[in-house]
Design a protein around this ligand. Structure first.
Ligand SMILES: Cc1ncc(COP(=O)(O)O)c(C=O)c1O
Length: 393
């Protein structure tokens, strides 16, 4: 049996795999497949490889790791504290205490638990059709149509339909006024809705309402974190100080599986007798070593990388807006979180397939094409990738 047949027989996934067999040899914004075909990667594993593939410093940290095979969660371990301290330093506002997770779903799950434990409430408000993970609780706050397959998701999860403007803000207030909402959760720039940028007044308004009605504001920065939108965290676009913030994906740049959920000392202290989120493989020593190397690199080159994402991001938006799509398309985004809503699922998937055949990897989901370049992408590669994109329309 060939690889595709074996994959079909033994591998659980939704739909068919894409026609790319990855073996190794990735470098910067380029991926090479098993046939030696080189692709420009405008997906970076979906907001994972923010520093480009093959970063020599992070690879070296992975190779030379000679720490413990494993550390029991109850022990003390210096690199854990180093990572937690670094996260407290770089995240917005008063966030100070991190809990260890293995990825994004667990981080959001933990955030919801923190909100329930702290407020004593059990209702949530989120954005309709958003994605926050694939556990029961995280699916409950995501797209409502999941309830067709999974009948008994959490009750009392209210969804706000975009556009996220002053009208939507009034709906949030009506819900929060009842004072039974544990948390409002959103991605500050919604990658999972095709890089949807909410109105500034919406985010600022929700923050105020949360404070007024005793609801926690959870920022899900699993996709947007670590420079993706041109700021280290997307919250910074709105001067948003969330009560809880979720991280994963680019926290290691792809070199290890790790996530974190961070909250304020005030909240952590208030719940510490009832809450102590951890998981057996959360913050595995090897993953922590690469996370530290990744974050040290990111913070050292922060200004240059964020400037590149902001300036070249604008170049992407300008060029994409000049291209001719079948029907009316909406181009939007912030920094290197870029979405093109083409309003036709089949057309979006055709564009994705044609781009791949032409040597460019983009993400086509539902009726949106998403572009997530590495923060290190050069203007020349950006131009080359966009030329392929335009040719593939
Ligand atoms: C915003 C957001 N939250 C949570 C998740 C879940 O993260 P993970 O796949 O690491 O469990 C994702 C994954 O795409 C995401 O984009």
């Amino acid at each position: 049996m060939n690889l595709r047949q074996l994959d079909k027989k033994h591998f659980g996934r939704q739909g068919e795999p894409e026609d790319v067999v990855i073996v190794g040899n990735s470098a910067d914004s380029y991926l090479t497949d098993s046939r030696g075909r080189k692709y420009i990667d405008f997906m970076m594993g979906w907001c994972v490889g923010n520093l480009g593939w093959g970063n020599t410093e992070i690879r070296a940290a992975a190779r030379k790791f000679d720490g413990p095979d494993y550390v029991h969660p109850d022990y003390l371990y210096r690199p854990w504290v180093q990572l937690a301290e670094m996260l407290a330093r770089i995240t917005p506002g008063k966030l100070a205490v991190s809990y260890r997770t293995t990825g994004g779903t667990e981080s959001v799950e933990g955030a919801l638990q923190i909100a329930m434990a702290y407020t004593g409430r059990g209702t949530f408000v989120s954005i309709e059709d958003s994605y926050h993970g694939n556990s029961i609780a995280t699916m409950s706050i995501g797209a409502s149509d999941k309830r067709e397959t999974f009948k008994n998701l959490l009750p009392n999860c209210h969804k706000i339909e975009p556009p996220l403007d002053h009208k939507a803000l009034r709906k949030v207030e009506t819900l929060l006024k009842k004072r039974d909402v544990a948390a409002f959760i959103m991605e500050p720039i919604i990658c999972n809705l095709g890089a949807l940028v909410p109105e500034d007044g919406f985010v600022r308004g929700v923050r105020k309402l949360c404070t007024r009605y005793g609801t926690l504001f959870i920022a899900d920065e699993v996709a947007t974190g670590f420079g993706r939108t041109g700021r280290l965290f997307a919250c910074e676009h709105f001067d948003l100080e969330p009560d809880v913030l979720c991280m994963a994906k680019a926290i290691t740049g792809g070199y290890g599986g790790l996530g974190a959920v961070i909250t304020t000392s005030k909240i952590a202290n208030a719940i510490k007798d009832d809450f102590g989120l951890y998981s057996t493989y959360g913050w595995h020593p090897r993953a922590v070593a690469v996370a530290l190397a990744n974050l040290r690199y990111l913070t050292r080159h922060r200004n240059k990388l964020l400037k590149n994402a902001t300036e070249l991001g604008q170049y992407f938006l300008t060029r994409l807006a000049q291209m001719s799509f079948k029907g009316k398309a909406t181009v939007r985004g912030k920094g290197f979180a870029i979405g093109i809503e083409v309003k036709d699922k089949v057309y979006a998937s055709e564009i994705g397939d044609t781009c791949r055949k032409n040597g460019l990897l983009v993400s086509a989901e539902q009726d949106v094409i998403m572009i997530f370049p590495a923060l290190t992408v050069t203007r020349q590669t950006a131009q080359r990738g966009l030329d392929i994109f335009e040719r593939s329309l």
